[in-house]
Design a protein around this ligand. Structure first.
Ligand code: PHE
Length: 343
């Protein structure tokens, strides 16, 4: 009997050492611990043939061996599981490839307009401007009258927009925020105002009934047109490159006097003339001027003591030039394949 037990243990050790898979392990378990025909069951069946004192002694020995084999098999099972995990992580085994980027992680991208707004506001913040916002639903007063555009003024037409109830409308420019800010803040005033604006334009490759502007306003004692040129000059060079030139063309806005439209040298052809600048070498990028005394008055600021300049630019146009985008509608289609290209 003793020999038999020693032999079983020896054989088991040999079998155990060769286990390489869960299937092997299960086969070995059945061979030794199988209830019906396992080696252990078999030796238990031999016990009745033994004399009484031997029975007890070997009964205990068989149980000890059974326990030993069970523990060894459990230990083997754990080893196999660890090996399996390691193989998966190192990619050595076929299984999920944990080095692939996860699908959940794709959360979208910053919109090109948001990138450009951030960049432009950042340039003005470096020059001491604060970023402010104002309401998109505006009253007729702030959108027109306070900006020196009386009811019958012809320049209302280009700005005329979507009317709501109670003489409210979707603002046609960001300029109303000029007066709103002046009403609540004493000079010096130095703000930029990004935001959406609305106009009754038919949509095509370069027009949209909704687009974005950035307004600028600076008011203090002794501010002149030279300050306007200085600030916009720094802005244009930082945004479009050091070689960029500017030109001011006389223009009319009811809320500034004098007024000018500002062009920069074409960023596509550097001023040589191309299809984007219609062979002129120049691109119009913004409207500007010295704040009209009537506008200062509407904001509660004494135009005998203070003066200032204002400007307003369209963001879509600048973003289109910067990124070479030829259709404004692409900004608003909400196609993630388009949006992902810029950040
Ligand atoms: N509000 C004008 C527009 O929408 C732009 C502008 C702003 C012009 C400030 C002069 C001063 O076209």
């Amino acid at each position: 009997m003793q020999d038999k037990l020693v032999q079983i243990e020896k054989e088991f050790e040999q079998d155990a050492a060769q286990i390489a898979s869960v299937e092997n392990l299960e086969a070995v378990r059945i061979k030794y611990l199988g209830r019906k025909d396992g080696e252990i069951t078999r030796v238990f069946k031999l016990l009745p043939q033994l004399a009484v004192p031997e029975k007890a002694r070997f009964g205990q020995k068989i149980n000890e061996l059974k326990e030993k084999i069970s523990q060894r098999i459990e230990q083997k099972a754990k080893e196999l599981e660890t090996q399996r995990k390691q193989a998966l992580l190192s990619g050595a085994a076929a299984g999920p490839d944990t080095s692939l980027p996860s699908i959940k992680g794709r959360i979208g991208a910053e919109h090109p307009l948001a990138i450009v707004i951030e960049e432009i506001c950042g340039l003005f913040v470096e020059m001491g401007f604060r970023v402010m916002e104002g309401p998109e639903i505006e009253t007729e007063y702030y959108n027109f009258e306070a900006l020196n555009i009386p009811l019958e003024h012809p320049s209302r037409e280009a700005f005329d927009t979507f009317y709501l109830e109670n003489r409210c409308l979707l603002r046609s420019h960001t300029s109303p925020v000029q007066v709103r800010f002046m009403e609540n803040n004493k000079p010096p005033v130095q703000i930029v105002v990004p935001g959406r604006v609305y106009r009754p334009d038919a949509t095509d490759a370069s027009h949209s009934y909704m687009f974005h502007q950035i307004e600028g306003l600076l008011i203090d004692k002794g501010i002149t047109f030279a300050h306007l040129k200085g600030v916009l000059g720094v802005f244009a060079k930082k945004l479009f490159g050091e070689k960029t030139q500017m030109r001011f063309r006389p223009h009319f806005f009811p809320f500034t006097e004098p007024s000018a439209e500002v062009d920069v040298t074409c960023i596509i052809c550097s001023g040589k003339g191309c299809s984007v600048c219609k062979q002129s070498g120049w691109l119009e990028i913004l409207g500007s001027g010295m704040v009209h005394p009537n506008v200062l008055k509407a904001g509660g600021i004494d135009s005998k003591i203070y003066s200032g300049f204002a400007f307003g630019m369209g963001i879509e146009r600048i973003a289109m030039l910067k990124y070479g985008i030829d259709d404004i509608r692409l900004f608003f289609d909400n196609d993630i394949r388009f949006i992902r290209q810029f950040s």
